[in-house]
Design a protein around this ligand. Structure first.
Ligand SMILES: O=C([C@H](O)CO)[C@H](O)[C@H](O)COP(=O)(O)O
Length: 179
């Protein structure tokens, strides 16, 4: 079998993260948030940036943490972290600051007991390895987590489209025209 087939088989055998009690809470939190902050570093950060793009096209007010245009957080905001290990130090600091400012904290991670997860109001667990945990995947480090979270974000986007009655044409109107 090819490497791609092996990866697709590995993804196929993943536990569906949408079958998780906190998914409905995450969707409600997204819909009711005044502003949604998205945060992650490295490849995990790239995946959550892809979600930021879709949330913007769905009409939400979003900020990617670290971008120069990012404003101060407020009560009523939501921050979503994407971190396989839950131990990236910048993210832990951001989560503590967010909590102090009464921002709701959502964490997507493989490690529900990590320091980052301990700051969370809601946790979405992805049953995969991080770069620091024992290797259980055919792929290196956090690849399986990163792929799974991109699929999770696209699934959430589909769910939000249905719930909010938004179609692809509506989203296309919000698509960047200065690319
Ligand atoms: O870039 C990464 C690495 O190549 C793992 O596959 C990670 O996404 C980055 O190091 C962030 O780590 P986590 O916060 O544990 O996701």
């Amino acid at each position: 079998m090819s490497e791609l087939t092996n990866i697709l088989n590995e993804l196929d055998s993943m536990t569906d993260p949408l079958i998780n009690n906190d998914i409905d809470k995450l969707i409600d939190s997204i819909i009711s948030a005044k502003r949604i902050y998205l945060s992650g570093v490295g490849r995990s950060g790239l995946m959550i940036k892809a979600f930021a793009n879709r949330l913007m096209q769905l009409g939400f007010t979003i900020s990617v943490v670290g971008e120069i245009s990012g404003p101060h957080t407020h009560h009523g905001d939501l921050i979503i972290f994407n971190s396989a290990s839950g131990s990236s130090s910048n993210l832990i600091s951001q989560a503590k600051i967010a909590r102090d400012n009464k921002v709701k904290v959502a964490v997507i991670t493989t490690n529900e007991t990590s320091e980052l997860a301990q700051q969370a109001d809601l946790i979405i667990e992805i049953k995969a390895q991080s770069k620091f945990s024992q290797s259980t995947s055919i792929q290196p480090m956090g690849s399986l987590f990163e792929q799974s979270t991109l699929l999770l974000f696209d699934s959430l986007s589909l769910k939000l489209m249905k719930i909010m009655g938004i179609n692809e044409q509506d989203m296309l109107k919000n698509h960047a025209n200065l690319e």
